[in-house]
Design a protein around this ligand. Structure first.
Ligand code: C2E
Ligand code: CA
Ligand code: CA
Length: 527
């Protein structure tokens, strides 16, 4: 059987486990959510950056169309007449380094050099082509060795004639490179098979290490793409996790505290008793009261049992004091009353058969016990006599004289339970005017010993006789104790010597057997 302390510490342990689990769950969840959102954010940042880089390059390339359209009519004029205009065009767009006019594959006029006769292939071996072309190259004429972007636009009908525009790539790079963001290691502009990487110039291959990821975004309007290379969004998010620890700790502690308060009621003994009542885990037992002289069973004491499937059987000494503390003793007593009333027909109806109910003193407060008896007991018109046994666990002042008087008028008998063990037994005598004193089993056990308790037993018995109060001795375990008590004039005996507490439903069978034994004894005594 479970004791109160074990049951309560079990609850506290389970509650603690639930709260720790909940705290851990919130901690892990917070970090997971932070990790997922951070990873998504990193992916979005990278995408957003690449798209912006593409649109920046597109914006820079846009004036090429306009400049080409402006330069085309100039091709019919001699270079001396158009050089100035070409310079003006160049000055209009800061990223454009030069504009050159080409005829029969020869650069014959340049915004920088004026009249020239360079073969166009000195700029790039792939030129000229019949279709417009963008090329990454190295400047071989002006700022030698610096990376440039060449835009070749042929005249529609003569593929060897056209306009060459050169963009200063180091300026372009400034627009697309963000050096100080952790999610990008390098940004590369790809045109055909050539790649331009800021700080590295034109490179043949894009190098991506094992812990880096590469993303390519293609322009929809021009033949280029932007490649970004950087740490994977997952690794970045993982690296960022330690900075989320304080938030996760605060949130999980908050959640744990909330869980602790929220489980206070649900995971408590209070809740457990309620559940037990609803699930009919309680059962009414009874223990026979034996007439000391005749040996006949003249009553029973109702005792509650709790078959708790979660905790095992819990002894009344475990749950009754707690139920009293938690204000749940009244519903439990009402349960005993209802169950007993249901079973009244099966119990002996002979005159004076006692049914003894343990009642907490607080049940007497404001006459609540009378209300409950009026609801459950009196309407059944029982022929048996009801005894209310009061223990001194509760404070005495809660028992009012009026309630005591009303109970006496209703034929209910009052007993002081465990008499002599509490500190106010004698005061109780006055307040309750009891009909019965129940000698506690600790005093019964002392009979025949040298213990001080054995003297107290004598005194209680003497007191009972003196005040003309009936005596019941509980915890009678040996024939010697029974003999002593009988000789001392204790009228009713209760204890394992006669029967252990049994389910109320089994009592009629026990009684039948007991009556047979008694009548056999009587017959034997006569003969
Ligand atoms: P109690 O009212 O003093 O009940 C007598 C206790 O002594 C019972 O324990 C009974 O089983 C035990 N007992 C009976 N004969 C012997 C014996 O010969 N030897 C020994 N060693 N013990 C014996 P139980 O049923 O465990 O109940 C313990 C206490 O719990 C009761 O003490 C009573 O104060 C309380 N209780 C039990 N049922 C109820 C109830 O329905 N309402 C209230 N308010 N209290 C109850
Ligand atoms: Ca009792
Ligand atoms: Ca007792």
């Amino acid at each position: 059987m479970q004791t109160a302390q074990r049951v309560i510490s079990d609850y506290r342990r389970r509650r603690l486990i639930v709260c720790i689990l909940f705290t851990t769950l919130v901690f892990v969840l917070t970090l997971t959510i932070k990790f997922i959102t951070e990873r998504q954010l990193n992916e979005q940042r990278l995408l957003h950056f690449s798209e912006r880089a593409v649109s920046t390059v597109e914006t820079l390339l846009a004036p090429f169309d306009m400049l080409f359209q402006d330069a085309l009519p100039l091709m019919v004029l001699p270079c001396e007449n158009v050089q100035r205009t070409l310079r003006e065009h160049t000055a209009r767009v800061p990223t454009v380094r030069s504009i050159s006019l080409v005829k029969n594959g020869i650069i014959y006029c340049s915004s920088v050099f004026g009249s020239t006769d360079y073969n166009i292939q000195t700029m790039h071996p792939r030129l000229p082509t019949p279709t417009p072309l963008l090329l990454l190259s190295i400047d071989r004429l002006i700022n030698k060795g610096s990376p440039i972007l060449i835009s070749w636009r042929p005249v529609p009908t003569h593929s060897n004639d056209g306009v060459i525009q050169v963009i200063n790539l180091s300026m372009l790079a400034g627009f697309i490179q963000y050096t100080d963001v952790p999610w990008i290691d390098k940004t590369i502009l790809n045109i055909a098979d050539s790649h331009f990487e800021y700080t590295h110039g034109i490179v043949n291959t894009i190098e991506v290490s094992a812990d880096q990821v590469r993303q390519d975004i293609f322009s929809e309007h021009y033949p280029f793409s932007i490649t970004t290379v950087g740490p994977s969004a997952t690794i970045l998010a993982l690296n960022n996790l330690p900075s989320q620890l304080p938030l996760a700790i605060v949130l999980s502690l908050l959640a744990g505290t909330c869980a602790w308060f929220m489980t206070a009621k649900r995971m408590s003994f209070f809740h457990e008793i309620h559940m037990g009542l609803a699930a009919r885990e309680f059962e009414v037992y009874c223990q026979p009261l034996i007439h000391a002289d005749s040996g006949e069973c003249v009553g029973i004491e109702l005792l509650l049992r709790w078959h708790n499937p979660r905790q095992g059987n819990i002894s009344p000494d475990g749950f009754i004091p707690l139920a009293e503390q938690l204000n749940l003793i009244v519903p439990l007593t009402c349960f005993v009353l209802r169950e007993t009333v249901k079973y009244l027909d099966q119990l002996p109806k002979m005159n004076g058969f006692h049914i003894s109910l343990n009642v907490a003193a607080r049940h007497f407060k404001n006459g609540a016990i009378i209300e409950d008896l009026s609801r459950y007991w009196f309407p059944a018109h029982p022929q048996q006599i009801l005894i209310l046994e009061l223990t001194e666990r509760d404070a005495l002042p809660q028992v009012s004289h009026q309630v005591v008087r009303d109970l006496h008028h209703s034929g209910v008998r009052l007993a002081i339970d465990d008499f002599g063990t509490g500190h106010s037994s004698l005061a109780y005598l006055e307040t309750l005017s009891p009909d019965i004193l129940k000698i506690d089993k600790s005093f019964t056990a002392a009979i025949g010993t040298d213990a001080v308790n054995s003297k107290v037993t004598d005194m209680i018995i003497a007191l009972g006789h003196r005040l003309n109060i009936e005596l019941i001795a509980e915890g009678v375990e040996t024939p010697e104790q029974a003999d002593f008590l009988r000789k001392q004039g204790v009228s009713l005996l209760q204890g394992y010597l006669y029967a252990k507490p049994m389910p109320l439903t089994q009592f009629p069978y026990w009684l039948e057997n007991h009556d047979m034994v008694i009548s056999r004894q009587k017959t034997a005594d006569i003969t």
